[in-house]
Design a protein around this ligand. Structure first.
Ligand SMILES: Nc1ncnc2c1ncn2[C@@H]1O[C@H](COP(=O)(O)OP(=O)(O)OP(=O)(O)O)[C@@H](O)[C@H]1O
Ligand SMILES: [Mg+2]
Length: 245
């Protein structure tokens, strides 16, 4: 990174590498076992599986918010418990974490500033951060809502603000948890096009939780299914065309 401009770091190695990982909140009760998972630059990987099986926990573990019970979690070269540099990992959480009383622009600028290693509360944000924020808001079809406080937006609009916040950050890995829910078909296509374009052009990777298996198959290069039909669920990797649950 130089000065104000943020080049997205391009990795030749996997952006995410999990080896013999068990995830969960209790050592004695792992939710999911992941023998081996690698996600490469430019790849879109979807995770499907029943409610409560551990999809969000897997994303939170990769994000460094939950410690793995065992095994090695590596993101952009940083092996847990080390974390990748600030701004490298973008997360659209299932519970969006937006600041409800401030505007769309303010929320998206938080992402843009995080991507620029600047203070979250910077009073005079860089013109580049503003440009990234505006572009991200436009790509989510929200340019007419710039000054609207979050609490006055619909559920689907709020979800798009959270996606814009992550795109403005220009991360090397985007993890998105059910980011298409509450959207109609046209809006879904718009959001998916913007995020897919970002991933393909920047060489970032996208790991997305999507409970709708046919949608997951159509958007992803690879689909991982967490199977809860076993005592210790584990991830099966299927091609986008051949799914086993
Ligand atoms: N902070 C926590 N502490 C302890 N247990 C938790 C915590 N968060 C989630 N769990 C439990 O872990 C399990 C997996 O939860 P998780 O949120 O990962 O499921 P999910 O697959 O994302 O489900 P959904 O599709 O409904 O979002 C659930 O049984 C849940 O109750
Ligand atoms: Mg979840």
């Amino acid at each position: 990174m130089t000065g104000d401009s943020k080049e997205i770091e391009v990795y030749r190695n996997p952006i995410v590498r999990l080896l013999d990982v068990e995830i969960g909140y209790k050592k004695t009760e792992p939710l999911v076992k992941i023998p081996n998972l690698e996600i490469f630059p430019g790849e879109i990987v979807a995770i499907a599986g029943p409610s409560g099986v551990g999809k969000t926990t897997l994303l939170r573990t990769i994000a460094g918010l939950v410690r793995p019970i065992s095994g090695s979690v590596e993101v952009c070269g940083a092996v847990s418990p080390s974390k990748p540099s600030k701004g490298i990992l973008g997360y659209v959480p299932q519970r969006l974490g937006l600041i409800r009383h401030t505007s769309v622009m303010h929320n998206v600028m938080i992402g843009a500033n995080a991507g620029h290693n600047k203070s979250l509360w910077s009073i005079l944000p860089s013109s580049l951060a503003k440009k990234y924020a505006s572009e991200a808001i436009n790509s989510m079809g929200l340019s007419d809502k710039l000054r609207e406080p979050i609490r006055r937006l619909s559920g689907g609009q709020q979800r798009r603000v959270a996606t814009a916040r992550t795109l403005a950050q220009r991360p090397s890995l985007i993890m998105a948890d059910e980011f298409l829910s509450e959207l109609d078909e046209d809006t879904m296509d718009m959001v998916l096009t913007a995020v897919t374009q970002y991933v393909r052009q920047s060489g970032a990777a996208l790991l997305v939780v999507e409970h709708d298996v046919s949608r997951a198959k159509s958007m992803a290069d690879r689909l991982l299914v967490i199977d809860d039909g076993r005592v210790n669920p584990f991830i099966t990797e299927a091609t986008a065309m051949e799914v086993k649950i």
